[in-house]
Structure formats: C-alpha cells, structure tokens
Design a binder for this molecule. Sequence first.
Ligand SMILES: *Cc1c(COP(=O)(O)O)cnc(C)c1O
Length: 390
Amino acid sequence: MNQSVMPSYGRTDIAFEKGDGPHLYASDGRKFLDFGAGIAVTALGHNHPHLVKALTDQAGSLWHTSNLYHIPQQQKLAERLVETSFADTVFFCNSGAESVEASIKLVRKYHSANGNPERYRMISFEGSFHGRTLATIAAGANDAHRAGFGPAVDGFDHVAFGNINEVRNAVSAETAGIMVEPIQGEGGIRPADDRYLQDLRLLCDEAGLLLMFDEVQTGIGRTGKLWAHQWSGVTPDVMSSAKALGGGFPIGACLATAEAAKGIVPGTHGSTFGGNPLAAACANAVLDVVLEGGFLDHVIEMGNLVEAELEGLVSRYPSVIDSVRGVGMMWGMKCGVPNGELVAKAFDHGLLTVPAGDNVVRFLPPLIVEETHIKEAVGIIETCAQEFGS
Ligand SMILES: *Cc1c(COP(=O)(O)O)cnc(C)c1O
C-alpha cells in the first residue's frame, strides 16, 4: 500500500465489500462473523432493510440544508431522544469526540451562565477514552494519545476509576463537572458499579457540579437498556452519544437537561453537518427498531448466553482467558495471552473482535445476533484457546 491515505492506523490486511446481518464478506471471498460491529457502531448488523430504506428514501429527496433552517427529521429525532432519556434538549454533531466536546463546552458554559466562569475544570478517570480532538485527548487517560501534540488543553483532572474519595479530594473551587463512562469501553470493558455512580451523583449535587456520562459506546441498546446508566437508576445532567446512533451513518448527539443547557443560546455552539436530514433519517430508523417492544429483551437474553458461554471458556482455558466482564452485547475477555494475538487468531478463523486496554478482547456483536452466532463465535474462541496450547 502507498501512503495516499495518511498512515494513522495500523490496519489488518483485508477489505470488505458486502455485509449482511452479522456477517461481512471480504473482497478475497472470505466470510467473517462480525463481533466488532465497526466498534459498536452497526448495532442492527449490516444491510438492515429498514435502515437501507430510510437512507435511500431520504437520499432521494434531500441530503443537507445546514442548521440555518429547521430540519424536521432532526426535530423528530430530538423529541424521541428526549422522550426516552433524562434529557430535555439535544445538540447534534457527527462523531463521538464532537459529542463529548459539546458536552464539555456545555458544562463550562453552564457555570459561566451562572456567574461562575472560574468553574471550568472537569474530573475524568484513569482508563477513560473520550475521543481524539485536542480537548478529548486531554480528558482521556491515554498519554500516548497526547504525546507530541503540544500542551494538553487545560481543565482536566484525572483520578482513579472506582474510588469516590479520590474524586471527592479532587474537587476544587474551579471544578465544573465530572465525566465518566458508565462502562469504560476502550479501557477494557470496565463497568462502574451502581453504587459508584450513585456516589458521583451525590457528590455532584453537594458540590454544584454537573455529572456527564459518555455513552458514545454504551448507548443505543448496547447493554440491554437504551442507555447503560439506566441500569443504575442514576441520571446525568449531560450525556454524549454517537457510535450506534446512526447504525453506521455518522451522527453524534449531546443530550442535556434544560438546566444544564441554560448557557446554550443562538451562536454559542454549532456544526455544519450536525443532524442533517440524511443522518437524522438514519438515526430515526435505528430508533424505530431499537425501541420496538422486545428488542432490548433480546439483547439481555443473548447477553446472558454470551456471559454463560464465556464463563465456560474461562473455566476451561483459564491461562488464555483469565476472566470476563460486561453486560448485554458488551463483553470483555481479560486475556492471559497477549490480546492482539487472540484477536489475530480469531480473525484467521473468521471472527472479528476488537482489542481494548487492560489486555482485553472485546465482543461487541450487532444487537440482532442469535444463539447460533454466539455459539459459533465462542466456538472459534475455544479453537483459538486450544491453539494457544493450554
Ligand atoms: C469511540 C468513543 C469516543 C470517540 O468517538 P469518535 O466517533 O471516534 O470520535 C468517545 N467516547 C467513547 C466512550 C468512545 O467509545
């Protein structure tokens, strides 16, 4: 390959030309079971007829107008997100990092609108990932993502994930909010327990901080609830969403309570493409399916099967798979072998998975998978485990 595409990724040597449900077909004829879903994006699998129809119908009438005008598809999408979440209002953008960036700006603006512009700092966590813009690499915990990019954007204080006292000690007169993934995705499927989220909520209420959940990876049914935090009963003031929101069409959103968004008035934030008719039509189509009665029950049911099957692997091959953690269609296998080697072996056997931090291999199948797909995927991991010679 020449470098006409900038070499910012280490890519596996394959390209796909067709997708169908949980399967991908490569240009060299190989067939794969896709348990990466484009990193938790293609939640309804590939080539879903309802999404294809929504996209092509919209493509035949109107693609883009800009946010200088009303966009009815965007309005409808916002109303549905508001109806199905804690939020009163939604800002649309095009990616996860932008949805986090919008959330950070909203949190800062809230305190500024309250007459406290000195409150601009956010507490974020070790192991976190929030995107690749300058502010989101400063928020995230990965030093390698910041290296060589100049002074980090000011305003982020990192603390250990899971220790409420550390968070409490990090709050200062300049703290504006706390940002947390209910389940760390890139960090290695590390769930925050319910009690921890409750404690963060209490701390925010006591100290006048806004609580922001980054649900870019966990949202849109991935965990068996529309939003992962709904398992805990704790609601945030602000939340970012993207990845699965458009089912593969790029769209992101920042959801907020009316109070938290009080600083956002015309001119304060914007995006040329954000929530354009094509993107909003796709996201509406995703919601049509995910909000249908029984859909999330299926995710929970299949998630229980994944858990049981993976626990079986842990007991049979403990030196290869040390432990598993997750919920719904979001699972991490903590490996006793290098995670990249397991991902590569699974690939050779026709299964796509995604590596994560903490030496974890992620299972992020499309939410539409059936028992046979799960058994097949686990069977492939079992074959790989045997090949490691345990
Ligand atoms: C993927 C991800 C992002 C960044 O999303 P992009 O679309 O790549 O910008 C942010 N936060 C979390 C939790 C993510 O998983």
